[in-house]
Design a binder for this molecule. Structure first.
Ligand code: ADP
Ligand code: MG
Length: 697
């Protein structure tokens, strides 16, 4: 049976097949349900009439009531404009039309009372309004006191007379029919507790708000509902997982104690200790761990990973770490090997370029259990790679791997899934993390090791290049190394590559006696590695590169990062790039080069970078600037297709909604109690229509 809200819109009065086809195509509106969810994107304030005397040019759209004293057309025939002298009891204002003059002229008469709606602008010392809406005062529009909804529409729709007003009209027709059929989707107790208005009220008020207060309530209610169901789904996934998947219990801390007392190279930060405790608690419980470990670049995730491995290995299992690129895998391997050797543990590296003979040995040692730790790229998840008993799987730089790849790693131990730790150096604002990784537990390293010198970041215009080069020369002569990074964006790849090569040549010219490395994505892997290695070893002093060096590369002696065309990078990327320096004892610098012309947003990005080194603060700004859909790695997540809520702004509502969803599930995980009937019905309905929900059984 087809429900009312699945009715195709062509059956709605005032729509018909032609307009319906256009609405399908232009706005993705197919059914009554779609149309009723086409919420206004803003409202025009018709809550009051302003007096001409109080109007100033800073006001948004306002409404006036008055009469025309006089009207005339002025200017030469081709540039003729209509000027209307409009009065109320407090003053006079000019209304001006440059287009459609004859048509407007016919409509207007002095002496009649009109309602005018428009945006005041300053014209010299006078205030006027260009192309306002003007209507004869009627018993309808004399009642001010409403907010007029404005709907998004398109040029094509407007041509077929489906402008915002017309859309408003058909939506109102639908609302009158639909209101009684709108089902409440939240339980009464939740409505009570969070003071939410009913679904019926909310939908009506979002389209036709009585006043600002009601609009606010409607928005709050609808955002809450939307976020509630996102969180409910994620929390349900988590519960299902915890129920289904028992975890290995690791309880031998012997290795750990030895490491702690004999080999720990430095005092751990408080934040490192805190996350290690959280991870240990998981691995000792009998439930499978699925935890996200986030920490800014340089916060010391490697040693945390190693210490967690010790618990797994000490309890008779193996540990694996998977990185997204070969360079990174090698670096992890080098870092971990140092610790592992001190502890007498066997560790190996497995990547696409591991030789067949070596590969064979690794496979057999893995199988026999003689190998304790395996580090590698996605070569790790190949069928042939089999562990004796994998206890802990660590995945670095999560967003470069798909969820599917992550789960392949789980399958490496079919008896009992290994504990899984996902590490990321891309700080994610809390609200976003709660949504993107809402099914994972989250640990955060929010503190850098003591004694780090904050990186000094400055903004320089291209025209100061000579000075910049002088600075680089100075740093290099003191023994430092330098990165120079160019953007390489797909759409303009050819041009970008040319810029990169030009840049490389001009650097070579500026530093004729200095060996310079160059690395970009178009190079063959071995050529890339060769150049990288020369730089790592210090044989070259300057590395000219595209963003291929963005992730994880660790050259402590490199202390200067120059970013060319910095205005073309996103904040997250700028921060990642900057994180390549500041790893040694020396003062590090980040130079952001741009040309003079900067968009407002680009300026905010650059200023944010100059102001702070804090990854979370940067991520927050990024979220506000771009919205969640564009943040790194979140594009395909689907969970972010929100209708009305905005993760950048609605963090508090999200918190409450998550809390509410958690409370419901704690008392009634199966949603079988009568009080949660509303939720159960809604989940059923969503499961039928949304991919995201179909995974929960
Ligand atoms: P990231 O979180 O970016 O992976 P790393 O694990 O590579 O960071 O650590 C960055 C550097 O900081 C390494 O050289 C590491 O040895 C060092 N380090 C990590 N933790 C501490 C600490 N508690 N005190 C001092 N140095 C530390
Ligand atoms: Mg790292």
């Amino acid at each position: 049976m087809q429900g009312f809200f699945e009715t195709p819109i062509e059956f709605l009065k005032g729509v018909g097949p032609q307009k319906a086809a256009l609405l399908n195509k232009e706005l993705d509106i197919f059914t009554y349900g779609d149309l009723i969810q086409h919420y206004p994107f803003r409202y025009e304030d018709r809550t009051r009439f302003y007096h001409i005397r109080e109007v100033d040019a800073s006001m948004p759209y306002i409404q006036l009531k008055g009469k025309i004293r006089h009207l005339e057309t002025v200017g030469p025939p081709r540039k003729r404009r209509l000027v209307v002298y409009f009065q109320d009891e407090t003053g006079e204002m000019e209304l001006v039309w440059f287009k459609g003059v004859d048509w407007i002229l016919k409509k207007l008469q002095p002496g009649v009372e009109y309602v005018v709606f428009g945006r005041p602008t300053a014209f010299g010392r006078k205030i006027n309004m260009a192309h306002p809406e003007i209507e004869v005062l009627t018993s309808f529009n004399v009642q001010s006191g409403y907010l007029q909804p404005v709907y998004s529409t398109t040029e094509k729709l407007k041509k077929k007379y489906l402008d915002s007003k017309a859309l408003g009209k058909i939506i109102k027709t639908l609302l009158d029919m639909a209101s009684p059929r709108l089902r409440e989707t939240l339980p009464p107790s939740t409505l009570d507790e969070y003071r939410l208005i009913s679904k019926q009220q909310a939908v009506r008020q979002i389209h036709l708000p009585d006043n600002h207060e009601w609009l606010q309530k409607a928005r709050f209610r609808l955002k809450f509902e939307e976020l509630f169901y996102v969180q409910l789904r994620l929390l349900k996934l988590k519960i299902t997982r915890i129920d289904k998947f028992k975890g290995m219990v690791f309880d031998s801390a012997d290795l750990l104690n030895t490491f702690y007392h004999e080999h720990l190279p430095f005092e751990l930060t408080g934040a490192q200790k805190k996350v290690i405790r959280e991870i240990y608690r998981d691995m000792r419980s009998s439930q499978q761990m699925n935890r996200l470990l986030q920490g800014d670049v340089g916060s010391g995730k490697t040693i945390v990973a190693f210490i967690c491995m010790l618990l797994a290995v000490g309890s008779g299992t193996q540990a694996a770490l998977m990185a997204p690129t070969e360079i990174l895998a090698i670096q992890h391997y080098n870092g971990l090997r140092e610790y592992a050797q001190k502890m007498g543990l066997r560790i190996a590296l497995l990547t696409g370029s591991t030789k067949a003979g070596e590969r064979k040995i690794i496979h057999s040692y893995l199988k026999s259990g003689e190998l304790h730790i395996l580090v590698g790229t996605h070569a790790l998840i190949e069928e042939k790679v089999q562990f004796q008993k994998l206890g802990l799987a660590i995945v670095d730089e999560q967003h470069r791997f798909g969820v599917a790849q992550r789960s392949k790693l789980w399958q490496k131990n079919k008896d009992l899934y290994p504990h899984v730790l996902v590490m990321t150096a891309t700080p994610i604002p809390r609200t976003l993390a709660m949504t993107l990784y809402g099914d994972l537990d989250i640990s955060t390293i929010d503190e850098l090791p003591a004694g780090r010198k904050p990186i000094k970041t400055v903004h320089r215009y291209d025209s100061h290049r000579l000075k910049v080069n002088g600075f680089l020369k100075e740093q290099i002569s003191e023994g430092r190394q330098v990165y120079v990074v160019y953007p390489l964006i797909e759409e303009s790849e050819k041009l970008d590559l040319k810029h990169l090569m030009d840049g490389y040549e001009s650097i070579c010219r500026a530093f004729p006696e200095m060996p310079v490395s160059i690395v970009h994505g178009k190079m063959k892997a071995d050529a890339k590695d060769y150049e990288m290695n020369r730089f790592v070893k210090g044989e070259t002093k300057v590395m000219v590169a595209t963003t291929v060096i963005e992730v994880g590369v660790n050259v402590p002696n490199a202390s200067v990062m120059v970013i060319e065309n910095a205005e073309r990078f996103g904040l997250a990327q700028l921060h990642q790039l900057r994180g390549r320096v500041g790893r040694g004892a020396d003062q590090s610098y980040c130079l952001l080069l741009t040309n003079y012309k900067l968009s407002k947003e680009a300026r905010v990005r650059i200023e944010t970078m100059v102001r702070t080194n804090n990854g979370f603060e940067i991520a927050d700004t990024d979220l506000k600037l771009r919205g969640p859909g564009d943040l790194m790695g979140t594009q395909q997540s689907g969970v972010l297709d929100l209708l009305i809520a905005d993760l950048g702004k609605d963090g508090e509502i999200l918190q409450s909604a998550r809390q509410a969803a958690q409370a419901v599930l704690t008392h009634d995980p199966e949603l079988s109690q009568p009080r949660n009937e509303n939720i159960k019905v809604q989940v059923e309905a969503m499961r039928k229509t949304m991919v995201n929900w179909s995974r929960i059984s």
